[in-house]
Structures are given as structure tokens and as C-alpha cells.
Design a protein around this ligand. Structure first.
Ligand SMILES: [Zn+2]
Length: 285
């Protein structure tokens, strides 16, 4: 898996190399999720077998009480030819496991239709991104997230809601105002300085810090390039690596190529020391 990422991304890649490798990735699957077991040559198959055996051994040592959704088999709402006739809810809610949710905004509310992620620990809930629409009548994000968190709290005790962002682009923070001045809720600012201050990052972008939700450590990984304040989030519980708009099978925009190249290299290096179950993006184009 690690070699796969390193090869695909190119540890010392030029701009074109990265572009090509990402494009090849984009052709693998029309999905927001990169299935990193999609290797093709024999060497990679052998490595995959070793990896799967390792994962089996690791997971077989853990309590088998957690059901998860197969994200590669998940049907995601994807709009309609005629949105007048569309019957999708404005927000698709997929519960991945007992404390992890993936939300997708309907394409009939905004063409960007971003994916949002909610992780809950014993003390805090972390919502990554607030979507592309501010109006709660069209896009009732606060109501949806509050419903999930309240239900969790009934069974597990109260948690503080933290609203953070993969980066400062309008389709990832539009509904922030729905969360403003709500009880037990903190919204992380959108600038690099805000992200640094909230997560106690003192050496942006090289430093990776732990953010503890309460017996659930999230690793915050600065990845400027697509946008200056971009971060990736790694969940040590599900082993999700959320990369925002920086790396997914689709069209990518890069604001700063030098920063982007270094960020992708750091991400690839991160996977050498951390097991990844899914690499997740926020947009499917
Ligand atoms: Zn973006």
C-alpha cells in the first residue's frame, strides 16, 4: 500500500509526474474513495497479500463488535437529469460504524455536492466541512448533525462539537453560519493562522499533531497546495485518511505546485508508518 502510494504519487515527482499519476488514479474508479488494494502487477499483488494478512492479524486481535459499511459498494446520491423530479434528501447520511458518519450534499442543492465527515469520540465530535449551501431550508446541515450528535449523547454522554474544514474553499464552509452561536459548538477559523492556533501547530506545514476526541486520536496533517490552509485528517480508529480536495479520483486544482508537491510527498511518507483503510476525498467530479 505504501509503495503503491509512493509509486503512484512519485516521491520526487515533477509537476507533470504528479499530474499523470493522479490522472491514472482518477481513471481507476469513479468513486470519492481510493481503494488502495487495486494493484495490478504481481509484485503489488504479493505485497497486497502480505498486507491483507497483516491487516487480518491486526483486526483479529481487536474486538469484533464493530460493523462497518463497505464504502466501495455504497450507493451515493448523484443528482438527476431533472431536479424537479428528484426525490433524494438534501443530505445523504451514511453511518460507517458506531461513531463515524459520511454525509453527502445533494447535487440538486448544489452542483459541487461535497462529502462531509463526522467523527465522534468520548469528549468531542469533529465535523469536517459544512458543505456548499448556507441556507438551512435548502441544506439543513446543523439540524442533521445535531440529530446525530444528540442521539449519540443520549447513549454515551455529551460531547462538544468542533466544526473544522479541509480547506478554505466556499463549497466546504458555506453552512458555518448554521453552527454559529450554537451551544457546545466551536467553529475553527478558515485561515492558516486559525488552524495553527486551534490545533496547536507550531511548525506549519511540516508538523503533524494529534487531536484527541476522547479515546480517539485524529492526526492533523497540513497539506497546503490545493489551497493554503488545506489539511488532511487521519483517524487512528477507522484508519481513514481524509484528504479534502487535495487527492481523489477526479479533476484536481492546484494553487501552489511547490507546496502541493511537498504535501503529497509528506502524505506518501505518512502512509509508510500508518495503516490506511480508505483514502477519502470531499468532491466527486
Ligand atoms: Zn477546494
Amino acid at each position: 500500500m505504501n509503495t503503491f502510494l509512493s509509486q503512484k504519487l512519485g516521491m520526487s515527482s515533477t509537476k507533470r509526474d504528479i499530474n499523470n499519476s493522479i490522472r491514472r488514479h482518477a481513471e481507476l474508479k469513479a468513486s470519492p474513495i481510493l481503494n488502495i488494494s487495486a494493484h495490478t502487477n504481481d509484485t503489488m499483488k504479493t505485497k497486497t497479500s502480505i498486507l491483507l494478512l497483516t491487516l487480518f492479524l491486526v483486526y483479529s486481535c481487536e474486538p469484533l463488535n464493530e460493523k462497518t459499511v463497505d464504502l466501495n459498494a455504497q450507493h451515493w446520491i448523484h443528482g438527476s437529469v431533472n431536479c424537479e423530479e428528484n426525490t433524494d434528501l438534501p443530505i445523504q447520511v451514511v453511518r460507517y460504524n458506531s461513531n463515524t458518519w459520511i454525509l453527502r450534499q445533494s447535487k440538486c442543492t448544489n452542483y459541487e455536492a461535497p462529502f462531509l465527515y463526522l467523527f465522534i469520540g468520548n469528549d468531542k465530535a469533529l465535523l469536517m466541512d459544512t458543505g456548499a449551501t448556507e441556507d438551512e431550508d435548502i441544506f439543513p446541515l446543523y439540524k442533521t448533525v445535531k440529530g446525530i450528535v444528540d442521539e449519540w449523547a443520549q447513549n454515551n454522554g455529551p460531547v462538544e462539537l468542533i466544526v473544522a474544514h479541509t480547506h478554505k474553499h466556499g463549497d466546504h464552509y458555506a453552512a458555518d453560519r448554521q453552527f454559529a452561536e450554537k451551544a457546545n459548538t466551536t467553529i475553527v477559523g478558515l485561515e492558516v493562522e486559525d488552524v495553527e492556533a486551534f490545533f496547536n501547530l507550531s511548525n506549519w506545514p511540516e508538523q503533524i499533531v494529534d487531536f484527541d476526541l476522547g479515546n480517539r486520536s485524529m492526526k492533523i496533517i497540513p497539506i497546503p497546495g490545493h489551497q493554503a490552509a488545506s489539511i488532511a485528517v487521519y483517524d487512528t480508529s477507522t484508519r481513514f485518511l481524509l484528504t479534502g480536495d487535495t487527492f481523489y479520483p477526479g479533476r484536481l486544482y492546484v494553487q501552489d505546485w511547490d507546496a502541493f508537491t511537498k504535501s503529497i510527498q509528506r502524505l506518501a511518507e505518512f502512509t509508510e508508518n500508518n495503516e490506511i483503510s480508505y483514502i477519502l476525498g470531499t468532491i466527486l467530479r
